[in-house]
Design a protein around this ligand. Structure first.
Ligand code: MTE
Length: 319
């Protein structure tokens, strides 16, 4: 996102290199999203390797979109996770040594409930649901992903933020021995992100622990990541080890690294171009190579649900 100068960016890094002509995507490209089928059951994929543990008791959610999901292969092999390298295939290739178990999350700052929690204890009260969400990267590509997780709002409520808490900050684990990308200073580790309390308690904000009904693969942010579908993908911080409630707007990795290019809000907005490329359209990963780019929707198609969070805010300045 930052490291490469405009002239270094090959179109193939923004548009998909491989096109997968499987049945689902050919149908999707032809306009048959199979929505009825998807609405009736959890998203199915026939390309999930057996080593991934299936998550029990997952219910489907009415907040899912009806678009046909990308394949498991697309979702797990076209990734941004700079802790494992800069290329889209690096996270899948170099994350085998990463150990997401056991996992501890620290809760601190302006909340009544604080401390260190095992992931199991943190998750225990929360029923898991599948949310099929559109996912739009700031690099102008997109996917549709059947996440498994639970509303961030439910966790925030349990932690009882004080009246001084205005933001929620998130931090990714630092483990250079397991994350080869962290051995060089491509970014200022740890990767950090943040939301306003209103955003964090919006029903669409999800803490994800799985995809396609199985535990999150390492390259997708195992064992716990954020998903905010109306925002550019860089907000969806992976492998979270700390959640802090703060009075002041927290520092976020990309807005600190390149403040002219990436903001704190990062709401998907086709009217505000990135300084180096247009945000008006997007390439759906896995779509047939001859299919045109599709228009990018305000708030990634979630405007009806989230636009009111930003009433009175100049979204061109607060990008
Ligand atoms: N989280 C961490 N810790 N490190 C990263 O490099 N990349 C972000 C986001 N979360 C990133 C991260 C970006 S730019 C995107 S687009 C999404 O993760 C990609 O998620 P995916 O690989 O599961 O599609």
């Amino acid at each position: 996102m930052l490291i490469k100068r405009p002239s270094d960016i090959r179109p193939s890094q923004i548009t998909p290199e491989a096109v997968f002509h499987n049945r689902r995507q050919v149908l999707a490209a032809a306009g048959f999203a199979g929505a009825g089928l998807l609405a009736a059951s959890l998203a199915q994929a026939d390309d999930i390797p057996a080593r991934y543990r299936r998550l029990p008791g997952v219910k489907r959610s009415t907040l899912s979109v009806r678009d046909a999901p990308n394949t498991f292969e697309d979702i797990t092999h076209y990734n941004n996770f700079y802790e494992f390298g800069l290329d889209k295939g690096d996270p899948a290739e170099y994350s085998d040594d990463f150990r997401p178990k056991p996992w501890t999350v620290t809760i601190d700052g302006e909340a009544e409930v604080k401390g260190q929690f095992s992931l199991e204890d943190l998750l225990k009260p929360h029923p898991l649901e599948e949310r099929v969400y559109r996912f739009r990267c700031v690099e102008a590509w997109s996917m549709v992903i059947p996440w498994v997780g639970f509303p961030l709002a439910d966790l925030v409520k349990r932690l009882r933020p004080t009246s001084r808490a205005k933001y929620v900050a998130f931090e990714t684990v630092v483990r250079p021995k397991e994350m080869p990308g962290q051995r060089s200073r491509t970014l200022d580790w740890p990767y950090v992100e943040g939301l306003t309390i209103a955003e964090a308690t919006h029903p669409l904000a999800l803490l994800a622990v799985g995809v396609y009904g199985v535990e999150l693969p390492n390259q997708n942010g195992a064992p716990l990541r954020l998903v905010t579908p109306w925002k550019y993908g860089f907000k969806s911080i992976k492998s979270i080890v700390r959640i802090s409630f703060t009075e002041k707007q927290p520092r976020t990795t990309w807005s600190a690294a390149a403040p002219d290019e990436y903001g704190f809000y990062a709401n998907v907005n086709p009217k505000v171009d990135h300084p180096r490329w247009s945000q008006a359209t997007e390439r759906r990963i896995g779509s047939a190579f001859f299919s045109p780019k599709q228009p990018t929707l305000p708030f990634n198609g979630y405007a009806e649900q989230v636009a009111s969070l930003y009433t009175g805010l100049d979204l061109a300045r607060n990008f």
